[in-house]
Ligand binder design. Structure first.
Ligand code: 5AD
Ligand code: SF4
Length: 492
């Protein structure tokens, strides 16, 4: 590998945070995915690919698109990295520990490259959009053959062609987002639940967050394309879709030719015959009354809202540039609860933001008590190079941050268990996903509110919606007894 002659300049467009921030409001084009180049259409026949995916659902879904592209080139999926001819790491940049995991994994793949010099090892996803990461790979991970970013996934066939035939390290990262590309091939890994992108990027620029730089500006897919994709999933027998975007509540705000926002989209999705529709992630700032009204129609729109709060302190929220305060957040939640009293809220919380005082942290605990979230993802603040918060003075020792995280988790676990106990004795609708990880005789699935339910039942229920009476509540799951409604129908 060291003998490879490398000339990156031809491909290398450096990621540039300053440029990302200056982005304008010019129109986004919608383009159709062009065919795989002829030379590449059969290049993978008899070969395997392995994708190692890190991070959020957006990455999970991007990996399904990458898989679609690779399969159109003839490659077959494998779950064993050691037999693959292509290994791609689809990476996450959200916190430092996510990045550490990727670098660790890259190091571990080095021996595979030694054993098989024809192996193509690629890095894509959010980390590739960071200049510092690309430079680190160029310097210290020269066994990597290919780096591409989040905006040019559709270019994979061309980039792979270069990597296979030029024998140089191929680096192509666009620091500016491109068009919205429709009709990309996809290989969905699940048969029951599907991810559907409704928009890309984020314009919120929360001061701690790297996403607006790695994922570019907000661009919405046209409703007709989104709705057609969901209708097709319904035809294929999917039971659940999750609409994806970094900030789904901003959907449609970039349309120049129509007034059509997230509430309108949900109202149209409501009319499609697919049993469950979820969405993630919501930003409280853009959660408008029309959307609340549409969610109130229920039907296939489930009563679960993931509403990241990040902090219970208005001062910290201001420093985070979240554009709402504690009171506005609580008012929004109450407004939603008035329309949907049975709603389940979950959230994301960051502890130890630069300069967070004990009092400010206590405000987070009190908000958690007041909101009674069913569950929460909790994180210690992690400085991200290039973001405004990374330059803020931070006098909170790591020990204190860890202690705060633990106190927050203890409180949340107590609330989660209490909330689950309320369900004991109730009959809930469960979408049966498969057998339980712990016991093959037990089936497992999820309620409309996304709670994990384990119960004993016949295997033919897998893939179906059924009813279960909850008998036992735990912090992260529920145990129940299957309610055989067909038996009742026959006897009644
Ligand atoms: N440090 C810690 N947590 C972060 N998140 C985003 N950026 C950071 C960071 N720099 C969390 C937020 C967000 C979730 C996806 O990750 O809570 O909602
Ligand atoms: Fe990051 Fe804030 Fe955008 Fe969420 S809304 S992706 S936290 S910048």
């Amino acid at each position: 590998m060291g003998t490879k002659e490398k000339d990156y300049s031809q491909y290398f467009v450096a990621p540039d945070l300053k440029q990302a921030k200056k982005r304008g409001k010019e129109n986004i084009e919608v383009v159709k995915f062009e065919e795989i180049p002829e030379r590449m259409q059969q290049v993978g026949i008899g070969k395997n690919y392995f994708i190692d995916t890190f991070g959020c659902q957006m990455n999970v879904h991007d990996s399904e698109v990458i898989a679609g592209l690779l399969e159109q080139m003839g490659y077959e999926r494998t779950e064993q990295a050691q037999v693959a001819s292509i290994i791609l790491l689809n990476t996450c940049a959200i916190r430092e520990n996510a990045e550490d995991k990727v670098f660790g994994q890259l190091g571990r793949y080095k021996h595979l490259k030694m054993e098989n010099p024809d192996l193509i090892l690629g890095v894509c996803g959010c980390m590739s959009q960071e200049e510092s990461v690309v430079n680190r790979i160029l310097k210290s991970y020269q066994h990597v053959d290919l780096i591409f970013g989040t905006h040019n996934i559709h270019r994979l066939p061309h980039l792979l062609q270069n990597a296979l035939f030029s024998k140089e390290m191929v680096v192509e990262v666009w620091s500016k987002e491109g068009d919205v590309v429709e009709d990309m091939p996809k290989v969905r890994t699940e048969k029951l639940r599907a991810w559907v992108n409704i928009m890309y990027g984020c314009d919120k620029f929360c001061t701690y967050c790297i996403v607006p730089y790695t994922r570019g500006k907000e661009r919405s897919r046209r409703p007709e394309d989104v709705l057609e994709e969901i209708r097709e999933l319904a035809r294929l027998g999917y039971q659940e879709v999750t609409l994806l975007g970094q900030n789904v509540n901003a959907y449609g705000k970039d349309f120049k030719d129509r007034v059509y926002q997230f509430g309108h989209l949900m109202d149209d999705v409501r009319k499609i015959g697919i049993p469950r529709v979820r969405f993630t992630t919501s930003h409280p700032r853009d959660f408008d009354d029309h959307l609340i009204e549409v969610l109130g129609e229920r039907g296939n729109l489930v009563e679960h809202i993931h509403l990241p709060v990040q902090s219970g302190s208005s001062e910290i929220l201001k420093m985070m540039s979240r554009k709402y305060d504690r009171e506005t957040y609580l008012n929004l939640a109450n407004k939603i609860r008035r329309v949907l009293p049975e709603v389940v809220f979950t959230t994301d919380i960051i502890v130890g933001f630069p300069g967070e005082t004990d009092e400010q942290f206590e405000e987070t605990l009190s908000l958690v008590r007041e909101m009674e979230y069913d569950s929460a993802f909790t994180f210690i603040y992690s400085p991200r190079e290039g973001t405004p918060a990374a330059k803020m003075k931070d006098n909170v020792p790591m020990e204190v941050k860890k202690e705060r995280l633990q106190r927050l988790n203890e409180l949340q676990n107590e609330i989660s268990l209490r909330k689950n106990e309320v369900l004991r004795g109730q009959i809930v609708e469960v979408l049966v996903e498969g057998v339980s990880k712990k016991n093959v005789n037990v089936l497992s699935g999820r309620t409309r509110t996304n709670k994990l339910v384990n119960f004993v039942g016949p295997q033919h229920l897998i893939g179906e919606l059924t009813f279960v009476r909850i008998e036992e509540s735990r912090t992260w799951s529920l145990n129940g007894v299957w309610q055989d409604t067909t038996a009742q129908k026959v006897s009644g």
